[in-house]
Ligand binder design. Structure first.
Ligand SMILES: Nc1ncnc2c1ncn2[C@@H]1O[C@H](COP(=O)(O)OP(=O)(O)OP(=O)(O)O)[C@@H](O)[C@H]1O
Ligand SMILES: [Mg+2]
Length: 323
């Protein structure tokens, strides 16, 4: 099964300032701000929903096709993804803009000054999925994740027109999308992913009830943080799969993306939805235990051990042959 992941591609540049911003802000001079903070640390973190999900899929041997728009500065990040089993040959490289970037400085008291530059991401709407289908010899599933909102809606339309199964995964973009766009994004999706908060927001934005959404998507997957995941299909009782055993919660950034990677990989292997949720949960805790969304190691041994510890030996045995 060939999976494409169409979503944001970005890096986070995180700096820490040892002092307090407030000590340098002059109350009656806020109209003429010109401040420079001497920062102690700069951390460059690989991120973007498409890359996070693809990283998990790549580590599980799926070779997903990354679909998104980047800048000429993408070289180093591309090499990292290539090394970890992601097919980056189809990304659109902008001739004028840089790759999307989140820049944030945090002071001693955890106050933050941040900016997000979407940059090349706004060109994701120019990507032609048809051309990617031709180049890659066909796609079985396209995950449409948080991205340029226009690109998300277009991608969903392209999938319906071409008869390609897709997963709608709007996550944080739900907050800024208009109701009609959310409706168009999820209509006809084979899978719809949200966390619990976003599930409510999707209902509010579309004006559709939970049942009405279920009428329009094949399977609805709602992640519940430490409580695991709920899977719903029309006409069937919902299934709940509890979360995997976690050692130490270090950083929740990217756990939802890691879950999706594990879940989709197991579906590609032909496993049941329930088993897929177990694999998703097990990959998610790998991400939860490290800082950064793509800094975890994910090996055959680490995954099987986590499945055994969390769901018993039969869970690990079912997955072992696929790794
Ligand atoms: N405390 C936890 N213990 C174990 N597993 C967790 C915990 N928190 C999250 N997870 C795992 O990660 C999955 C996704 O978590 P969650 O529902 O919080 O996603 P999210 O809100 O989209 O996260 P994010 O957007 O920050 O990546 C859960 O279904 C679960 O498998
Ligand atoms: Mg999320």
């Amino acid at each position: 099964m060939r999976i494409a992941v169409s979503a944001s591609i970005a890096t986070d540049h995180l700096m820490t300032f040892g002092g307090k911003f407030s000590e340098q802000l002059v109350a009656d001079q806020l109209e003429n701000i010109s401040l420079s903070f001497l920062v102690d640390e700069l951390e460059m973190r690989r991120g973007g929903v498409a890359c996070n999900i693809s990283y998990a899929l790549g580590r599980l041997g799926l070779n997903p096709v990354l679909v998104g728009a980047v800048g000429a500065d993408f070289g180093e990040y591309r090499a990292w993804l290539d090394r970890h089993g992601v097919d980056t040959s189809q990304v659109l490289v902008s001739s004028t803009r840089h790759t999307a970037r989140f820049v944030c400085t945090t002071d001693r008291d955890q106050n933050q000054l941040a900016s997000f530059y979407p940059g090349a991401m706004s060109e994701a709407r120019d990507i032609d999925l048809g051309a990617i289908v031709n180049h890659t010899g066909g796609l079985d599933l396209v995950l449409i994740g948080a991205d340029d909102p226009q690109a998300m809606v277009l991608r969903s339309k392209e999938c319906r027109e071409k008869g390609i199964a897709f997963a709608a995964d709007p996550s944080q973009q739900l907050a800024i999308m208009e109701g009609p766009d959310v409706r168009e994004l999820i209509e006809g999706a084979t899978y719809m992913f949200t966390n619990e908060y976003e599930a409510g927001l999707a209902q509010q934005k579309t004006g559709w009830s939970a049942d009405e959404i279920l009428d329009r998507v094949g399977t609805r997957i709602t992640t519940l943080g430490g409580k695991g995941v709920r899977i719903e299909r029309k006409g069937e009782p919902p299934v709940h799969v509890r979360s995997a055993a976690v050692r130490e919660q270090v950083d929740p950034t990217g756990v939802g993306d890691a879950f999706r990677g594990g879940f989709l990989a197991a579906l590609a292997w032909g496993e049941s939805l329930e088993r897929a949720a177990e694999v998703g949960n097990a990959v998610a805790v790998h991400a939860l235990e490290v800082t950064g969304p793509q800094e975890y190691e994910l090996t055959k041994e680490s995954l099987l051990r986590r499945l055994t510890d969390s769901y018993g030996p039969e869970s690990a045995a079912a997955v072992e042959g696929h790794l």
